[in-house]
Write a protein that binds this ligand. Structure first.
Ligand SMILES: Cc1cc2nc3c(=O)[nH]c(=O)nc-3n(C[C@H](O)[C@H](O)[C@H](O)COP(=O)(O)O)c2cc1C
Length: 164
């Protein structure tokens, strides 16, 4: 088995898009910042989102079987830090930051996210410290302007520019 420290050093070189995974409604809303999200299949539209079992969000998704993956732009660094727990705010208090709307399926989505994927949990795979949620994508909400995504690399946020 590889050494955990080496693993983390290696993964720090894998640039990742930054998302907020959200679930629940009203006072039961929960959310975390997450980079462990990727596309799974277009037929059917589906993705994988991984959340630490110890987070309130993972537990809430287990109960609700529905969640949203909100993709952040390079103007969203502050809210990413809030939903990472870096400001000390937990639970529903995180939703006092950002413009949140209620989706008809009963989950919160960030109105100015680049895109929000509303998912029902197809399968939840427990592995090590995390749950891997396979999300069946039921709705895709696009912001539709030229906003740029933000990437997480080597423990900091980066704007993206095209390679010449
Ligand atoms: C850039 C970044 C990416 C993160 N990615 C993940 C992730 O993919 N999965 C995860 O479980 N936690 C991830 N975290 C940590 C969670 O955001 C953090 O543990 C969470 O907000 C704690 O929530 P809690 O208060 O409900 O326990 C990430 C943190 C940062 C700063």
């Amino acid at each position: 088995m590889a050494d955990e420290v080496q693993f983390k050093k290696g993964m720090a070189l894998l640039a990742g898009g930054v998302t907020l995974i959200t679930t629940g409604s009203g006072a039961m809303r929960r959310g975390i910042t997450a980079t462990a999200v990727c596309s799974l299949s277009a037929k059917p539209p589906s993705l994988i989102a991984c959340a630490n079992k110890d987070t309130g969000t993972a537990q809430a998704i287990k109960e609700n079987n529905i969640f949203v993956v909100n993709v952040l732009g390079d103007n969203h660094k502050d809210i990413a830090m809030v939903f990472a727990g870096a400001t000390g705010i937990a639970g529903v208090g995180r939703f006092e930051h950002g413009n949140w709307a209620d989706h008809s399926m009963g989950v919160p989505y960030l109105e100015d996210a680049l895109v929000s994927f509303v998912c029902e949990t197809g399968v939840c795979v427990p592995y090590g410290s995390h749950f891997a949620f396979i999300g069946e994508v039921k709705d895709v909400i696009m912001k539709g302007d030229e906003a740029l995504p933000v990437a997480w690399l080597g423990s900091s946020f980066h704007s993206l520019s095209p390679v010449a």
